[in-house]
Design a protein around this ligand. Structure first.
Ligand SMILES: [Fe+2]
Length: 360
């Protein structure tokens, strides 16, 4: 494991979202696989159905700074690849001494999984188990030799810690590395154990983004029609939230329109550049309406992300443990800032000065 302090503005993965063809089935799977408590399914009222709003469910870890979610998809997913081969995959920290207990629980609930194997493939030593949900989305229990601070302080009743990493496909690792360096200040981490065709980007608090070199894009990504809403959210310091978005809005194009209206071919979708776009949530629609830029962003390979703020819980100021600051609070700040700035200021000027923390 590296001893170099990770660079960049991203501290943790706050949440990870998949698509599902059976939302109640996914919720019970998440309860059984991880011990997360069942939460209500959103979007199941007649009024919401009339508006065709998304049907989804989020399940939170105990201190609410970590969650996973699932959105009901408009079509059935094609079969996934074998365990450990399909991407994206989401990992969760566990303790090595608990791995057998986790395997017994997966067996008890007939959740398909691999054996526990030692791995150094992504440049860090530990034990890994890959498992899948009923839709074929894949996950990992990851027990590194060195658990970072905050990894297990946030945990479920079954002692599953917070999100440890996500694994995605990339058709050009250098392009992906440049994207995260330019817009998040992250640097690729490489050591003698890092496998060929692997890009590792470590976050401040310890979680990692891992990209694997592929020929074709992952199937289950927000950039592919007809799938919806699968994404990953990164935790940034409160004061980095708007400056980080501003870097993206300044440097990236905005997607042409809401995906449901575009009807682009798969080939065209696969050749879209990295971009910002509409975040298909109530806050996201409002955000785009008042600011004309979306708060979702895509890498070069169709994976969708957004930022979320984090306020340190401890006096040392680190975000090892944090209280999340949600998008709706930032939307309020954005709206107030726009109101203050709109009179007599040109569009580019107010956009540049909007919600700059230094000017508040
Ligand atoms: Fe999100």
């Amino acid at each position: 494991m590296t001893t170099v302090e990770p660079k960049g503005t991203v501290h943790w993965i706050d949440h990870y979202v998949v698509g599902t063809n059976d939302l109640p089935g996914w919720s019970y799977w998440a309860l059984h696989a991880t011990g997360l408590p069942i939460r209500p399914i959103n979007g199941l009222t007649t009024n919401m159905r009339k508006k065709n709003t998304p049907i989804f469910c989020f399940m939170w870890w105990d201190d609410e700074s970590c969650r996973i979610g699932a959105f009901l998809q408009p079509e059935n997913y094609p079969k996934a690849k074998e365990l450990g081969k399909d991407m994206p995959r989401c990992g969760f920290y566990v303790r090595a001494e608990d791995m057998d207990k986790h395997l017994r629980r997966l067996d008890q609930h007939k959740i398909p999984h691999t054996d526990s194997v030692k791995s150094v493939e992504n440049g860090e030593e530990g034990k890994v188990v890959c498992f899948a949900d009923p839709d074929g989305n894949q996950y990992e229990f990851w027990a590194p030799v060195n658990l970072p601070k905050g990894a297990m302080e946030v945990h479920t009743t079954e002692n599953v810690g917070r999100i440890s990493h996500c694994v995605y496909g990339s058709r050009d690792l250098a392009r992906t590395a440049a994207f995260f360096e330019k817009y998040c200040g992250m640097e690729s981490e490489r050591n003698a154990q890092t496998g060929e065709g692997t890009l590792v980007l470590r976050m401040h608090a310890g979680a990692r983004l891992v990209y694997k070199l592929v020929d074709q894009l992952d199937e289950r990504i927000a950039g592919h029609s007809p799938w919806w809403d699968m994404h990953t959210a990164f935790t940034l310091r409160d004061e980095e939230f708007f400056p980080n978005y501003r870097r993206m809005w300044d440097g990236l194009p905005e997607e042409a329109g809401a995906k449901e209206h575009l009807n682009d071919s798969r080939d065209k979708e696969d050749n879209f550049p990295a971009r910002t776009g509409l975040h298909r949530s109530p806050v996201g629609y409002k955000w785009k309406e008042i600011y004309q830029r979306g708060d979702e962003f895509y890498d070069w390979d169709g994976h969708a992300f957004h930022f979320i703020g984090g306020l340190p819980k401890n006096a040392d100021g680190s975000l090892a443990l944090y209280t999340p600051k949600e998008q709706d609070e930032y939307l309020r700040e954005l709206a107030e800032s726009l109101k203050k700035n709109q009179a007599g200021v040109s569009n580019s000027d107010w956009r540049a000065s909007t919600v700059d923390p230094q000017s508040k």
